[in-house]
Design a protein around this ligand. Structure first.
Ligand code: FAD
Length: 333
């Protein structure tokens, strides 16, 4: 938190320009810096770091007993009591480990950093913008440390499963990014006043704890490889860490393979209702008018703003806001 840019709210902006600021305790930190802090923490706790590419598990009698790793031009065999696969949303390693049940992602997103000191103080909330131009998804601008801003677009359901083939919809993220910038004046101003730090980068998302098996003897899948990212918000860093902690707790609690895996899978199953609710809330991305409706209603209701804040802080459930019951409460409560 000491290195992060803090913010006090998420600004939700609807297609008609309505805005509601949902209070929360928020922090923005470039991923490279966060990873460095995490890696340093692991090293301080006794981990060894090896830059390597996971190629395949080593198996004996149906049990994973290590991994084949590519280190430069060499392939080495690393024996291990457990292999934890944390290889993110690109499914290649999952497939090599025999854990992938769906190779297509749940969505795709694109983001870059812009340094724009003149915009500091003008954009202070994490702004999330729903707009026809970004449908089915949203655009965002997050104030980051050192006068920088994280700006991007994300599209959900980018790979509709046509006849089980996981065919891709016609999604051009760069065109959607350009349309977002054209449609949202603060994004236009940011691009006009600032300069790019690095490039715009796109990547897939795997959401709702779907698309992979979670464990097999000797191996656990953690993080986004297990689909740990929230649908609707695309929030995944904290969630990935949470699944890592669940796996660590299970390994520390049980010497026996089946018991450790059962505890880990039970931990994920306990999170599932929340993921399902985020999946339901995802309809806001498909039907941006729902965002208009929520924002319009929240502008009038301190109680609804409080509930939205509860979703943000993870003390209440997002699905309640856009379920049929939630919608009728929006109108009639
Ligand atoms: C554009 C974009 C913006 C996002 N913004 C946010 C945000 O603001 N907040 C948020 O909470 N989430 C955000 N997310 C989601 C977030 O990035 C993910 O949920 C999160 O990174 C998942 O963490 P992870 O450690 O499981 O996977 P990753 O961060 O993807 O890490 C996996 C690592 O494994 C490595 N790897 C892959 N294959 C192999 C292999 N075979 N051998 C060795 N290493 C391998 C990869 O190189 C990578 O370093 C965003 C996603 C995208 C695409």
């Amino acid at each position: 938190m000491a290195k992060a840019q803090r913010a006090q709210a998420v600004g939700c902006i609807g297609p008609r320009g309505g805005r509601i600021d949902v209070p929360g305790h928020l922090a923005v930190l470039p991923r490279r810096l966060l990873d460095e802090i995490l890696a340093r923490g692991a090293l301080d706790a006794g981990a060894e770091f090896l830059q390597a590419r996971f190629e395949a598990p080593i198996e004996e009698n149906g049990v994973v007993v290590g991994a084949r790793l590519r280190v430069g031009d060499d392939v080495i065999e690393q024996r291990a009591r457990w292999v934890l696969l944390a290889t993110g949303a690109v499914p290649k390693a999952l497939q090599a480990a025999g854990m992938c049940t769906r190779h297509t992602p749940s969505g795709v997103a694109l983001r870059g950093y812009i340094r724009a000191p003149s915009m500091v103080g003008k954009i202070t909330a994490l702004e999330v913008v729903w707009n026809q131009a970004v449908r089915p998804g949203y655009g965002w601008i997050f104030p980051a440390p050192d006068g920088c801003f994280n700006i991007g677009v994300g599209v959900t359901d980018s790979h509709r499963d046509l006849a089980g083939k996981g065919q891709k919809k016609d999604v051009n993220l760069r065109a959607i990014f350009d349309a977002f910038v054209a449609a949202y004046p603060p994004a236009r101003e940011l691009l006009a006043q600032g300069e790019w730090v690095g490039e715009l980068k796109g990547a897939p998302l795997r959401c709702t704890l779907q698309g992979a098996r979670f464990s097999r003897p000797g191996l656990m899948v953690i993080g986004e490889a297990a689909g740990s990212t929230y649908s609707f918000t695309g929030e995944g860093i904290g969630k990935a860490m949470q699944t890592g902690m669940l796996a660590a707790d299970a390994l520390l609690a049980h010497a026996e393979d089946a018991a450790a895996r059962a505890q880990y899978e039970a931990g994920l199953a306990a999170l599932m209702p929340k993921y399902k609710l985020y999946e339901r809330a995802n309809r806001v991305n498909a039907f941006p008018w729902l965002a208009d409706l929520l924002i319009w209603r929240a502008q009038k209701s301190a109680r609804l703003r409080q509930r939205m804040s509860g979703v943000l802080e993870e003390t209440s459930n997002p699905g309640n806001l856009v379920s049929l019951r939630g919608l009728s409460r929006l109108f009639f409560e």
